[in-house]
Structures are given as structure tokens and as C-alpha cells.
Design a binder for this molecule. Structure first.
Ligand code: FE2
Length: 371
């Protein structure tokens, strides 16, 4: 049985942020909790995102967003929402802020622990009557604004998702909010988006509309990520990257693969999600190649490479051209952790949809190669 689901209402274009007041009014939100992180505030992007919303229409600010959002931060945010008398939530930022905003909206009206709602359970607890949630991405990477889960590091140390596909009232995708994103973050978040497009396209789940969307997304990213890294003011490149990121997340309902199965347990140890995915992607696609049939040639065509391109070489060169570190050890991953990470990857949901069946020993080989 195939289930196709494309849900979130998206307002997308340069300047789309100015629609926020009308969307809040339509949802009868008068005092939204504002969830963002300090970096977004320091960069002035938080104020830019809210420029159309008068101070009197804003609720309290919650900016305690960890690099990888945690169950504890979600609980603290939900307490801030209740203490502030808020009737809605706005998430502004990268994937961490948006996923945390989702988790806060869930816990505002649903009893903790958040783990009860996690998709690791066969029957997660249902989420009841969350307040209206609006998501405004300031990176072109996770696509969390249209993704169907909030990915959280739970109190038990596991990084996994809470499935909440109907949570967001609307997403506002305004590429102007990414114009000042520094090159290194543009590159690493952009590679998260590319890994979504590639991994979900390679997933064996049957979903032709999602395949078509992921191919379109990877073509946009292959063509524009280098431009956005080299010249942040390139408005067209920023627009294309934000669209590619959104397309990756719309299509990853097919499930992902070994890149994300590994980057979740590594991320639970405190490393940046997009950087991990970028480093792992060439190794994973190379390991999967024999299981991909005609799909690798289709991916290579989106990149403008010949059908005979070697995935390890081509994707490694793509990473290098945008300044991504080439090895896990360069970002501080300890070799002694690799065996445990390999074991944990076999429990991740993304493990089930990697095209090539993987065992812990296979994951360990990949990790050693990428280390
Ligand atoms: Fe991701």
C-alpha cells in the first residue's frame, strides 16, 4: 500500500515574511511564543523576519535552542508558552529552532514525556489540540517547515522523530532571510537538503510524485549551492536553494537511508547535522550504487555529470568545492565511538529504507571510510 501525503500550506517568495500578520489574524493568534536561536537574533534575521509584526502583537521570546534540540528544551519552551499566556507558536530559524517550535507546540497541550509521542513506538501517543504553529526557515537545509516530524534528542540520549504532519498551520519561505547566511552554514545546510533529495530518491518506497519532486530539488541544489556559497547576495541562487530544500523535505516521506541512519546517532553526540550528512553522503551513495539500478545515472544527470561518473569521486569533489570538511575526524568525531554509532544506526527509522540492506558491520565500514 502506498500512502501519498503532501500537506503544508507554503507561502513562498522574496518578501513572503510580510504575510505573517494576516496569517496570524486568520488563525486568531494574538500572542504567539517566538522560538528562535541566538545566532539568528545576532544576525538581525529574527527582526527582519518579524518586521511586519508590531511589537504589541508579539508574545514572549524563547531563544534557548540547542544545536540539536532536546526534550528538556521543549519542556522549558512549553512552560514559557503557558506562563506567557500564548495562543500560538512561531518558529524562526534553522532546523533546530523549527523542530523545537514543533515540540513546544506539542507539549503545550499534551502531557510529557515527549518520548511517548516518538515514532520509535509502534503506537505513539496521539497529539491533541496543539496551538497554531507557523514556521519561518532562515536556512535552506532541513526543510523542517514542511517535514512531517520534529527530530529531537530525547532524555534517553536517542535522536529520533515525533511524527506531527498536520502540526504547522503554514510555512513562510522567504529567501531574503537567507541572504546573510555565512558561506560555511550555507554549504553544510545545503548539503543536508541535497542528502534529503538523494536519499529519498534512492529509497525503495513506491512514491513516484515524491521521486519527481526530489529529482527537481537535487537539480536546483546541484546548480545553485556553489553560487549561494560564493555569493550570498545572489537572490536567485538563494530562492532556488530554499525551493530545493523544501522539495527535499516534501519528498522525504519516502524515508531516507544510511546517511541519516548514521547522522542521527552522531548528532546525538553533538555534531552538526548537515556537516555530518555532507561527509557521509559520498560514501553511502558509493556503497549503495549496485542497488540503485538506473537511479545513479538519473542523479548524475541532475548534477550535469556523465552517466559514468563515480559517486564517491563526484560527490567528494562537490563537497570540496564548497569547503565541506572531508573527514569525520576533522570535526571531532572520536574513532572510539564508531562501533557504538554503527550499532545505533540499525535502530534508526532511516535504516529501514536504505536501498541496500545494512548490518552494523556495514555501517562500521562506512564510518571507518568516512573517518
Ligand atoms: Fe536531514
Amino acid at each position: 500500500m502506498t500512502i501519498l501525503q503532501f500537506l503544508t500550506t507554503v507561502h513562498f517568495d522574496h518578501g513572503a515574511r510580510r504575510e505573517l500578520p494576516a496569517l496570524l489574524a486568520a488563525a486568531q493568534v494574538r500572542r504567539p511564543l517566538l522560538v528562535t536561536d541566538r545566532g539568528v537574533m545576532r544576525a538581525g534575521v529574527f527582526e527582519l523576519a518579524l518586521e511586519a509584526l508590531p511589537a504589541g502583537d508579539r508574545g514572549p521570546l524563547f531563544h534557548d535552542v540547542p544545536l540539536n534540540p532536546t526534550e528538556a528544551a521543549a519542556l522549558a519552551g512549553a512552560q514559557a508558552l503557558r506562563a506567557g499566556g500564548c495562543d500560538g507558536v512561531i518558529g524562526i530559524g534553522g532546523g533546530a529552532a523549527l523542530d523545537l517550535a514543533k515540540a513546544i507546540a506539542i507539549l503545550s497541550n499534551n502531557a510529557p514525556p515527549l518520548w511517548d509521542y516518538c515514532n520509535r513506538h509502534a503506537l505513539p501517543k496521539p497529539i491533541v489540540a496543539p496551538p497554531p504553529l507557523f514556521l519561518i526557515p532562515t536556512t535552506a537545509g532541513t526543510g523542517s517547515e514542511v517535514g512531517r516530524s520534529a527530530v529531537i534528542v530525547f532524555d534517553n540520549g536517542i535522536k529520533a522523530g515525533v511524527r506531527c504532519p498536520e502540526l504547522a498551520k503554514a510555512a513562510i519561505c522567504d529567501p531574503e532571510l537567507t541572504l546573510t547566511l555565512p558561506p560555511a552554514i550555507t554549504a553544510s545546510t545545503g548539503m543536508d537538503a541535497l542528502s534529503h533529495c538523494i536519499e529519498t530518491y534512492c529509497s525503495p518506497t513506491v512514491n513516484p510524485p515524491a521521486d519527481a519532486i526530489s529529482l527537481d530539488g537535487m537539480q536546483r541544489i546541484f546548480s545553485h549551492l556553489g553560487r549561494a556559497v560564493r555569493n550570498g547576495d545572489d537572490r536567485d541562487a538563494r530562492w532556488q536553494m530554499m525551493m530545493g530544500s523544501l522539495e527535499g523535505a516534501i519528498s522525504f516521506q519516502k524515508g531516507m537511508g544510511a546517511v541519516h541512519a548514521l547522522s542521527h546517532p552522531l548528532g546525538a553526540r553533538g555534531f552538526h547535522h548537515g556537516t555530518l550528512n555532507a561527509i557521509l553522503l559520498p560514501h553511502v551513495v558509493a556503497a549503495n550504487r549496485e542497488w540503485l539500478g538506473a537511479k545513479w545515472a538519473a542523479i548524475a544527470r541532475q548534477a550535469g555529470w556523465g552517466d559514468a561518473a563515480d559517486p564517491l569521486q563526484a560527490l567528494t569533489a562537490f563537497n570540496a568545492a564548497i569547503g565541506i570538511p572531508s573527514r569525520l575526524r576533522e570535526i571531532g568525531v572520536a574513532r572510539g565511538d564508531l562501533a557504538a554509532v554503527a550499532g545505533e544506526a540499525t535502530h534508526d527509522n532511516a535504516h529501514r529504507t536504505n536501498p541496500r540492506p545494512m548490518a552494523a558491520a556495514d555501517y562500521l565500514r562506512l564510518l571507518e571510510a568516512a573517518w
